[in-house]
Design a protein. Structure first.
Length: 178
């Protein structure tokens, strides 16, 4: 065992004997930090991989680009180049066709549409909250609470009776093979 690890273990054991639990925790952390990191041997790794049906050399080998991947990369580069050269002209033509007046009209229409949907949502929210208020007031009435308590008591009693019916059937020969 390393000298620093022994010293860390001794410091931790002495800290455990003391009254400060935070000091003991930090000493234990220092012990874990000084523990050696063991790596399995290459033979062990090869054996495990062969039992799984994997080749150990295939995991570390650099993957080769096949013709299919090279063609896909070239097509992606061509599409990016086309988009980079054609997109600015298309956006400029679109802006010239729209003009500032059209853009303002579209923005105003968007604001009016969103505010109308918001107003409809407020109406629906009001209706749903009114229904929820009515239902919650009826559920908190004393008669309703008594009914809920009675239903809970009946269900607990039924569960206890069912458990009592099943208990005598349980014995070492409860599960019988055919």
């Amino acid at each position: 065992m390393e000298r620093t690890l022994k010293k860390a273990i001794n410091n931790w054991l002495n800290a455990e004997l003391g009254d400060d639990p935070y000091r003991a925790e930090s000493a234990l952390r220092r012990v874990f930090l000084r523990l050696p990191r063991y790596a399995p041997s290459a033979d062990f790794v090869a054996g495990v991989l062969s039992s799984l049906g994997l080749a150990s050399t295939g995991l570390l080998a650099v993957p080769r680009l096949t013709l299919r991947w090279k063609v896909a990369i070239v097509v992606c580069f061509v599409l990016v180049a086309l988009a980079g050269s054609l997109l600015p002209g298309m956006v400029g033509a679109l802006w010239a066709g729209l003009g500032p007046g059209k853009a303002i009209d579209l923005a105003a229409g968007l604001v009016v549409g969103l505010s109308a949907r918001f107003a409809e949502g407020v109406v629906v929210w009001g209706a749903l909250s009114g229904v929820a208020r009515t239902v919650s007031e009826s559920l908190t009435s004393p008669s309703m609470m008594a009914a809920i308590a009675a239903a809970a008591l009946i269900s607990a009693t039924a569960l206890r009776l069912l458990h009592g019916l099943m208990l005598p059937d349980r014995n070492p020969r409860y599960v019988q093979s055919n």
